[in-house]
Design a protein around this ligand. Sequence first.
Ligand code: FAD
Length: 408
Amino acid sequence: MDFGWTEEQRLWRRAVRDFAQNEIAPRVREIDEEEFIPREIVAGMADVGLLAPTVGEEYGGAGADWMMATIAAEELGRADISLAVPVLYLVEAAWGFIFYRYGSSGLKQEYLPRVTRGEAFLGIATTEPGGGSDILGACRTRGQRDGDRWVFNGEKVYISGVRESLDWGGIHLMLARTDPDEDAGHRAFTFFALPLKGTGGVIPTYFDDMGRMGISTGGFALDEVRLPLEHQVGELNKGFYHAMEGFSAARTLIGATCVGASEAALAMGMDQIKLREAFGRPIASFEGVQFPLANLYTDLEGVRLSTYKAAWLMDQMYRHGAATHHDIALAAAMAKLKAPRLGFSIMNEVADWHGAMAYTKECPIEMGIRGIRSYSIGAEGTPNVMRMIIARELLGKDFLPTLYTNKS
Ligand SMILES: Cc1cc2nc3c(=O)[nH]c(=O)nc-3n(C[C@H](O)[C@H](O)[C@H](O)COP(=O)(O)OP(=O)(O)OC[C@H]3O[C@@H](n4cnc5c(N)ncnc54)[C@H](O)[C@@H]3O)c2cc1C
């Protein structure tokens, strides 16, 4: 076992941290108050290689491995505790990888260089009005072949980046039911690359979120939307499996993002407790303040290690063929289960240390509380879904009738 970093990883962390601390951190309040992340920040991310970094260089990506992608997620979380920039980063990193892996070469040529230059958005659309946890039961969006076209009808909700996609252009990887047989189970869904901008029959909606204001959450109805066949991503009726692969990647990066934002919050909190005095002493000298700090820091270190392990397993699988999708799903679910909830607890505790100031916008912690709640509620999977995945990997799918009632 080696807890050290390679020279390349050290240099990468330094480059990302320098960029993030200099260009993003000073503008977080502005990002929280605007509709879009400022274009110059997105352009700067492109220059550093932070947009869909695991995409190969032939499409303008950095060809980064998952450990490097995870380091970047941590640094972006540290710089932007509102989490808007990390969301842009991790959604594109995880789902851009799936598109890079399974998309048709013509479509990849059309979109990936624009995504990696920051000129187009790439997102994920699985959730529907009927629910996000039970994808098999809730995915009612239908895709039907009509000659040389796929035709879609349905609706997706709570989708990150709808406004960005409509404004900048780009695609959302959309899951649609392509086998009407209810007994087809997991093998009933296919992934498609859906450009929201300029596609007839796409009717967008927006949600007014509580946090991570710099990136939009919306949805769209699909009314007889027609796409050429090359917009199919991956194999017919294998979309569920491609989605699970993307979720594992996204959950690993969410773990790292939440670790970075939690570290930033703890650092902010420690500055505060060393400076603030009560009863004639810095409040840092009271055990009632020190013990929660010690507990939270210890928990954070555990979550950080489990996040790094998930990233390491991903590199083991994708680079060396030495791990399985099951290994990754388990590790990523553990990181996603713990990191957002711990981050939320850390931010609440740090808010306590700031007293009344924490309840004002003078103190950035309120942006962090609002932002990290998105991941502890369930963006890219709820805590209970993480528990189901962990239990499934430990017990086998026969004991999880809620997720695996089908015949596949
Ligand atoms: C800010 C934000 C951004 C998002 N961005 C995207 C996006 O870009 N693309 C996308 O596709 N989706 C996105 N989502 C949606 C997200 O994936 C869903 O919120 C998530 O999958 C949960 O679905 P749901 O909200 O419909 O809750 P539900 O599935 O209705 O779940 C509600 C509650 O019931 C619990 N529950 C459900 N089933 C069980 C069970 N069997 N056992 C125990 N408990 C259970 C859940 O854990 C949860 O607590 C986003 C969500 C948020 C909040």
